[in-house]
Design a protein around this ligand. Structure first.
Ligand SMILES: NC(=O)c1ccc[n+]([C@@H]2O[C@H](COP(=O)([O-])OP(=O)(O)OC[C@H]3O[C@@H](n4cnc5c(N)ncnc54)[C@H](OP(=O)(O)O)[C@@H]3O)[C@@H](O)[C@H]2O)c1
Length: 347
């Protein structure tokens, strides 16, 4: 099959075209998807550069060529013997963080729990823009922070970086849960984040959110320590000093520590570091979030998309052969919503 794998770590130029990639075989719980569209997530850029390799290299069946990409929309080609929900020809979408599943290619075999039927009101390009960011948000709030939708009714929530892939989804979900949302982004994106449901939009280029906001219940930080340690401290400073306050970050030192120190020393060291950070922030609850598969999150996404509560926000669409340009766009850190890859023409 055709695909754009990498054979070494590095800049976006490491992508190579290949027509020689094997079509994955399906095991009993897997579904082979003929890919129509995928999308670029910042984690793809980080993996391309070698982030997390201490763990990811151990998980991979082969080191290189490595096919990146997590989101999928497409058509079922084949199902494993234990799959009853899907059949050949079904239109599906979903995402995976498995290092053995890549979507910058024509076919991928997904575990049946990581896909669902594509909402009929979305194109394939739109459908591929949502699963990874939606499940990231879902697992961050529900799994890591233990928050239930009803807990956030009328609560004050600050979303750092509201105009990106995760932020544009998170604003819509948290607005639906009844939260009062403030967010940061460039001024040119204020109209967008307000339309999605934010009440307050702050231009981080000219204003300091921590001088404008106080007594918040939740910070959902899509910038995390990429914004520097001061940025994390500034987020904590706007939270109520209460046991019901939560700070969730998507960027934290966990995998970086393991990469730096190696598995044996790195894992206990990262766990200790996280414990220390949690202890110092008490009574505020700190959560270092990591994407985890969530069948319930994906099925709730399908429901909310069909009810038109959640709408995709697409920055741009590239062909798979132009994956380098797509990665460079995401690498600017100024994508407005999602950068989508159209693997097979579908609109
Ligand atoms: N832990 C996990 O499992 C996990 C999962 C998914 C994502 N993440 C991480 O979460 C982050 C967000 O992901 P994403 O997909 O939303 O990324 P993205 O789409 O690339 O985010 C781009 C957005 O970030 C905004 N931005 C850039 N610098 C900012 C700043 N200093 N303050 C506020 N906003 C700023 C930009 O706003 P303007 O253009 O308006 O300036 C742009 O809209 C990434 O760093 C990613 O690695 C982690």
């Amino acid at each position: 099959m055709f695909g754009m794998p990498i054979s070494r770590y590095g800049a976006s130029s490491v992508f190579e075209q290949s027509n020689e990639l094997p079509i994955p075989s399906v095991n009993k719980n897997e579904v082979l998807v003929k890919i129509k569209s995928t999308s670029v997530n910042p984690i793809d850029l980080m993996k391309r550069e070698g982030y997390g390799k201490t763990i990811f290299e151990k998980q991979r069946k082969q080191l290189f060529p490595w096919i990146l990409g997590s989101d999928v929309s497409g058509i079922v080609k084949e199902v494993g013997s234990k799959v009853t929900k899907f059949k050949e020809g079904d239109e599906v979408y979903g995402s995976s963080s498995s290092t053995n599943i890549g979507t910058y290619c024509e076919y991928a075999a997904f575990n049946q729990n990581e896909i669902d039927f594509k909402p009929s009101n979305l194109s394939f390009n739109e459908a591929a823009s949502l699963p990874y960011v939606a499940i990231t948000t879902w697992t961050a709030l529900i799994r890591w922070a233990g928050i239930r939708p009803q807990d956030l009714k009328d609560k004050k929530v600050f979303i750092q970086a509201g105009s990106g892939g995760v932020g544009t989804f998170a604003i819509q979900l948290l607005k639906y849960w009844g939260a009062k949302i403030a967010t940061t982004c460039s001024e040119s994106n204020h109209a967008l984040v307000k339309k999605l449901g934010a009440e307050i939009a702050i231009d981080y280029n000219t204003q300091k959110f921590y001088e404008l906001l106080e007594d918040y219940d939740l910070v959902f930080d899509c910038l995390g320590d990429f914004g520097g340690l001061d940025s994390v401290g500034n987020c904590l400073s706007i939270l109520k000093a209460e046991a019901n306050s939560h700070y969730i970050t998507l960027n934290h030192p966990f995998l970086r520590t393991i990469d730096k120190k190696g598995l044996v020393i790195g894992v206990p060291s990262a766990l200790k570091q996280r414990q220390q950070v949690k202890k110092e922030a008490k009574p505020i609850n700190i959560h270092w979030s990591i994407y985890r598969p969530s069948p319930s999150g994906l099925s709730e996404l399908s429901r909310l998309v069909e009810a038109e509560v959640i709408k995709p926000v697409i920055d741009s669409v590239y062909s798979l052969k132009n994956i380098i340009e797509a990665h460079e766009k995401v690498g600017t850190s100024h994508a407005k919503g999602k950068v989508v890859i159209e693997v097979e023409k579908n609109d």
